[in-house]
Write a protein of this length. Sequence first.
Length: 524
Amino acid sequence: GILTWGLTTVVGYLVFATAWYLMVRRYPGKAPWRRNVSLVADLTIMTVWFQMGGGEVATYYPIFLWVIIGNGIRFGEKYLLRGIVVGAAGFASVLVVNPYWHANLEVGLGLLLGVLVLPIFYQGALRRLRLMNDLKVELAKSRLAEKAKDRFLATMSHELRTPLNGVLGMAESLRASDLDRDQRTQLDIMSRSVEALLHTISDILDYSGLAGDEVDLTTQEFDLRAVVSDVECLLRTPAEERGLDLELDYPEGQEQFFKGDSARIRQVVFHVTANAVKFTEKGGVRLAVRTYRKGESHRVRLTVEDTGIGIPADRLEAVLKGFQQVDNSTTRKNDGVGLGLGLTKRLVDLMGGDLEVKSRVGKGTTVTVTLTLEEGTAPAPVRNETGGSLRSYGITGLVVEDNKFNQAVLVRLLKMIGIDSEVAANGAEALEKLERGAFDIIFMDVRMPVMNGYDATLHIRQREAGENHIPIIAVTADVTRNVEQQCRKVGMDAFLDKPVTVNKLVAAIEGVGAACSPREGAPV
């Protein structure tokens, strides 16, 4: 009867399964037809089993679902859908033929709905899980790529800035020598070329840092009139060489003292104005500054107008993205990597400001930057009781630097501003020199053999134990944010990026000048 037929079915399926297994072992490899046959065979035997039984076979319902879902997991959605179709057809036939399930049609229809819905729901959940895992993998790869990028930028910054430090430093030193007009002209050309390369390197590092949210803003009191005047002074010579008029319009009586990141604001003004000079062949460039009180803060509007080539409307969006110029062809007249407006836009966005560009091809361009800044206070007049010369401080410096060229440059620049110095080739040697004598200020490189600048600074601060604090100025070619943060963390007082110039050196020394009094035992 039914029992005999059932046993025959089971035995027949076991024989089929064994033969199937042996065939797969004999002929391994992917074979879609075998997957389809196996799927149909598994669901057919389950259907037969349901056809033969009554309510007790409902306990095998999970196996029915397991066959469908299992094929979907192993072979993909295509086989899942095929399993749903075959399984639903088989289970529907059970509801029609089997007396028990026909009598309990409501329960059977619920189970049939489960055959249709549950595998799809499970597959959707599995798909989301796989997507999350893929996202985690991609995120991990992205983090590794970000770390690799940081290492690359740090290395490139160091390797490029180190030789530039030697060239620019010696150029500064030569400027104080007795040179004839031709020699001075050649020196100016060399200095400008190095500074142009340095600006390009800095722009690329800044642009990359902004793209990765790695640029922090600082807030300090500053004189906006001095900032824009400095930019105008820097660009006056390039403008005159192109036969252009460069006008600064900052009316007397306008607010000029604010709180903000003066370095970034200077960078914005410089890039917009330098771009205007670069892309203007005749006429002039006008830099206008207007300030408007808005509650307790001020709206500062910086407008740069030029009579240059203009920007076509279809190129404006691309130019603001960076690494783009109005003309990217190989025959373009103007050099550069096309970072000016792209970098400016990112800096302005970072400061919460607005940048607006209006342009007419052949007529010129107007770039307006609007920033909201807190009102600052005018600095109190500083009376220099020592006569205004750093030499009168009578201080002695220790230069900790492994590169002999950079040693020579820094010692020479310090000599020019009246500071005698000794040299240590690494952090360990610096500690030995500090044991033998006292120094009033230390200029510390970061990357050095034997002992780096971080470890040397930590040792120095531990020895001080809060007393006799020696100002330590980091002097490094690595200008990435992580390095500056680490320098501050270990106890360095200021951060000076290479190439070092007299002006940057003086600013750094005066920034920690309150601590620079002659130390007992220091060689004078």
